[in-house]
Ligand binder design. Sequence first.
Ligand SMILES: [Zn+2]
Length: 417
Amino acid sequence: MSKSSFTRGFVQQCQICNSENLDEFINLGFHPAVNDFFETNYKKELIETYPMPILFCKECDLIQLGIHVQPEKIFPKNYAYRSGTTKILIENFKNLAKDVQQIIKFQKDDLIIDIGSNDGTLLKNFKDLGLNVLGVEPTGVAQIAIKSGINTENIPFSFENAIKIKQKYGKAKVITAANVFAHIENVNDIVKGIYELLSDDGVFISENHYLSDLLDTLQYDTFYHEHLRYYSLNSLSYLFKKNHMRIFDSKNIPTHGGSVRVFACKKNSQFNESKNFQKLLSKELTGKNLHQHAINFGIKTKESKINILNLLTSLKKDKKSIVGISAPSRASTLINYVGIDKTMIDYICEIKGSLKIGKNIPGTDIPVVIEDYLFKDQPDYAFLFSWHIADELIPKLKQNGYNGKFIIPLPVIKIIG
Ligand SMILES: [Zn+2]
């Protein structure tokens, strides 16, 4: 890997433009790695926590994490995230494959590479079309993909590894990076690797949590140490241009509480810039306006913490029972930032098949259990940690027999039911 403008530790220079003109507009305190789930009999003193400062770059507008934790700490061997257990993601990847087929006329031997391919959920759509697929996945989840027949290299993506992949498999017609483009260090190095590996008429598609949605709906729970950068279309455009590529289309998608799917190509490629992309780009706040929006977000985040704690403590004073619904990565940030523990929430339910069942929420004594407990125990309140898909979850839980009320924590805490 080439030398980067920063070393692991606190970020002194912007991750994209190298400027030192950075403002810390919020710090969410100390957090363990959000996917470092321990068995329920873990020894608490072994859990490492790291501060979570969030920075705004006054030069290029990039909002970014102000600390880089060693990847082996945040992507541990027991890494518990799997795309294939989330229905909305399975659907999303099907749609992505459809979008790609509208843009690219595939030839028989074309290669599709997915960076951060997880359990192979995205690539399966392309494999089903009879295309060659290759996943690049650094964590142990790669083994699940390999077992299900998705060709996967169990290595991290980097410029150096991109060269090796090109030598072994040739250039790719399509490269995808769904919700991992924010996770990898040395992003300029990554884009260089993508440029190297992509055929001249190829397309790179990335999906990222969208900064505008994050700020507008107070999604401070999506700040975690895996997410090094929070992209707007303007900051992504800047990044690609810096590396001889350009965005030619984009699309808002509903995953993770608001994401953006971006289509990029080499600078001199045949693709024309779409009206939709230009429209989305022109709607974004920039410069001082974006900075002020971020500062206001920081103020509202602190207010949210107090409001959630107030509600939970008053319900507990009234002897109400509260359990959590679903333990996505964002649950860990919210729980650790707000300071929720087992005195407030008895347990958190996950659906059958989740690798998190039988373990504790990182940094806490809250166990993760199978969803059946909710219907058996009928607690007074169900706290939705996947609040961004409340519209999908609430009818399903009611239909399955839960009779209690729901707490939706964000963007403004409310009770339903
Ligand atoms: Zn910058």
